[in-house]
Structures are given as C-alpha cells and as structure tokens.
Design a protein. Sequence first.
Length: 565
Amino acid sequence: MDRFWLKSYPEGVPSDIDPGAYPSLNALIDESLSRHRSRPAYICMDRTMRFGELDERSRAFAAWLQSQGYGRGQRIAVMLPNLLQFPVAIAGVLRAGCTAVCVNPLYTPRELEHQLKDSGAEAIVILENFAATLQQVIARTAVRQVVLASVGEMLGPVKGRVVDFAVRHVKKLVPAYELAGATRFAEALDAGTRLPYRAVQMAHDDLAFLQYTGGTTGLSKGAMLSHRNVVAAILQGEAWFQPVQDRLRERFGEEGGTALCALPLYHIYMLAVAFGLGMKSGTCQLLVPNPRDIPGLIAELAKHPVNTFPALNTLFNALANHPDFAKLDFSRLLFAGGGGMATQQAVADKWFEVTGVPLGEGFGLSETCAVGTINPVTLTEFSGTVGLPVPSCEVSVRDDDGNELPIGQRGELCLRGPQVMVGYWHRADETAKAFTPDGFFKTGDIGLFDERGYVKIVDRKKDMILVSGFNVFPNEIEEVVATHPGVLECAAIGVPDGHSGEAIKVFVVRKDPGLTERDVQEWCAKHLTGYKKPKHIEFRGELPKSNVGKILRRELRDGGLKKAA
C-alpha cells in the first residue's frame, strides 16, 4: 500500500525496522543488561536498582524457576504493582524460557480465576497484599507454585523491614491468608544464586506474553505476543524516540535518561514502554506504586526529574491543576505523551501552560504491543490526532465491507505490522474475526487520515468502554449485574466523564421492586475490580430491543426510551 505518511516523518526516523535483528526477546534482554550494566535501571521508594543488579537477580529467579521444573512455553503469572520485583520477575520468567501472564493486582476472585484458568498458568508471583484473593480460587486453577513478594523486601534490610511492618501492622494492608507451600520471593532469589542457570534459545514464534484484554463474550482474551512481536515493538519505539535520545545527549551529555513509570507495569502501555523500550535504551524508570497519591507523586518528581513522561489524560489533568506541580523544574523534560485514552485539548493546553512541553498522543492496543501510531516527538504543539503510523506499521481505513477508504473518510482503523499479535489464546474463532483476509488487525476504532498522514480517532465501532485507559466490555458488566437475584435484565454503556474519559452506566429492570442503587453497587464491588464498577445506575421499566429481542445499547447511549416513571 502507499505509505504516504512517511513524508511527514521527522528527520532521522527510518521508514522500517528489522524485526529479525534479534533471534528473540531474551537475546535483546541479555544484550541490553550487559551494555547498560552500570546504569540505574529502576528507582522505587528511593532505592535504585542498576541494570547489572537486574541481570543478576533475574538470572537467579530464572534459575530457581528452572529448578522447580518450569521451562519453555509454560505460563507463569505475575500479579505485582510497580515495585522493583516486577522487572526482576518478568525478566526472570522470560529468561527461564517461560511465557509471562501479567495480572492486574486489583482483580476480584472471579476475574483472577478466569485469567489463571484460561492461561493455564502453573505458577504465580504475587504481592502478599493480594494473597487472600488468590487463596479463594487457587484450588480451581492449575497453579502449583506460589511466590509471595512483600512491598519492602527489595528496599534494603533496614528500610525493608520498616516498610513491611508498616504495611502489615500499621496500615493493615495485608489481609489474612493461608497458602500452604508458598515460597517467599526473596528466598527464591537467594536460592537461585546458588543454582545453575541454563539459557534457553527461544525462537521468534515462541510466546513471550499472554496479555489479557476485554472480550466481546464478556470474558477477557489472551493476546498471544511472540518474541518477534515484542522485539518489533521495542525497535519501533526506539526508532521513533531517537530524537529524544539525540536531544538528551546534545543538551545534557547523557545517555538513556529517566522516565516516569506511574501507570501500572502490567498494562501493555507501560510493559512495552517502561520494561521493553526502557531496557533497550538504557533508560532509568522512576517507579510509582500509587499514582493516585498526587502529592506523593509530585514529591517523587521533585527528587527525581524525568526526561520523558508517559501517562494518561487523567493523570496529566490532575497534575497540571495541582498548585505544587507548577513549582517543579521542567527544564529536563523533553517529551510527554498520552495513550490508553483520548487526550483532551483543554488538558493539553493546561499542561503546556504549566510545563512548556506539548503533549503528544499515540494509539495502540494489547493486540499490537501498545504500538500503532504516535505523534512525532519533535512536535511543538498538541495536534489533536494520534499521530503517524510507526516504522514498518501499515494503517488502513476500511468500510464494513473491507474496502479501503480515501483520505478524509471515516472507517475502521486496521493495523498490519510485525508487532501485531499472533492471535488470541485458544480462541481461533475470535482470531479469525479480528483479522482481514489480507492480514490487517481490525481495531474496532473509527478514524480517518488527514492529508499529512496523521490519524484521528472519531468513534468506536465496538461497544467497548474506555475507563482511564482500561478496556471494559459491557457484556462482562451485564453478566455480573444480571446474576443479582433482584435484577430482571440490564444493559451497560459508557458515558462521558471528565475524570476518567468514560464512566460505566448500567440500566436495570427490577425483578425485586425493593432493589436499590446501593444493592447493585455493592454487588458489583464484590465481583468487579475498581475501574469496572458502574458509576451510574438507572432503573427502567423496560429496555429498548430489536425485533429479535436484542437490547439496543446505542439507543440507550442516544437517549433511547423515556425514563420509566
């Protein structure tokens, strides 16, 4: 196809990358850890871990996993927030030859059970704060080995003990649990240092990650990301962000720089940017376990100025409107970019007013290793678009019949490139539906090209709801709400929300006349993780339906029936 967008590429950015440059992601990791050995890799709670330490600790964890009988292709779940244990665990899982399954630490038992059973994970690395959730479901999964981490165990002997005591006994953030035979993460690392590590020769087609995303059936699906997929995404990011590295050398005489990592590492956005690209470029990641603590985040930024700032619209908005944020020194900030949800013009304007750095924006999905389109890092103002297709990535705008549409016409955005997933884990039918006959992945987003090759997203074809960058499919919400004994039927939609971009609204037809909003909210809190919980509940006498009885969500979004009295 005609890649007319290449004419808008910044100087020095190549049109293509070579996804075969490394035989596997493991080879890229080995090279990067060796090359950047003396540089700081991660900072968390004022504790710095260098790439050399990450090399040694991840090798030790890989050796321990191998000693437990885990190897090529076996799935290992990692259920950790942004702590130093996360990169150690992920790199260790990969270096052992296994496939990493990233799990949201805030999952409810129902959500966790589905992901563990669907992935077939045989082991899990989990923060002890969430062990009680695992206890409720582990017997119904294939998990036979539990590795328990604590918040403080990698912060040093003195500080670590103080932090763990505060977390367990002062803040009481570790509910009681019982997991017989569990191994402490620190003990596994210690044992691994005395065990032989056998490097596994992985191939391009071996799976590096099973990255779970929302499913149209109401159940999340595992996007199969091969070693080739992830290597390609890292190299695409490296090529695109090369101007930032050039400016870093020119202005500060530095290599790598420092990046903020406030969004969760288990999310594909940060997994690709912070873990993958950060490792390749030798960038130090400032890990923030709780980005909702805005004063705490600002304090961290005051101590550790960053050069790149990936985040979501909601975080940009919260920071730009906090008086203490404006007091920071932004002289070292070179690029700030949004992803996961739409960046609003008003937020971009406020951010630029405070920092003097324009907000960029990009577009990608779990199925594309978070990489698809992005605004040039050399931009001087907010563009209102999600930028240009990255090197070796093709974007096609198509109608419902699969025909390519001309510039300026709206259609479904379809992506093809070496970073696009192999398919959905054990979902051949869903995989077939997700791709066009000529190999383009159908994103479900409606967009268009402008004359320069910039992509603008204007709507979503799917019913997916986007809450603070997280995909929420209404079927899953409806499935949970419908199981309440007081509910006759229900429907979920997304509604605009100034804080999270979209919020979930559920329309309910009562079976029990005494059913209240609080009843529904409490039921959802029990079965759904935080970002999936409905913010709005509306009771109706009936719901709009098609001739065959299908509930019409679009009519609900557009106003639909009048509210029942």
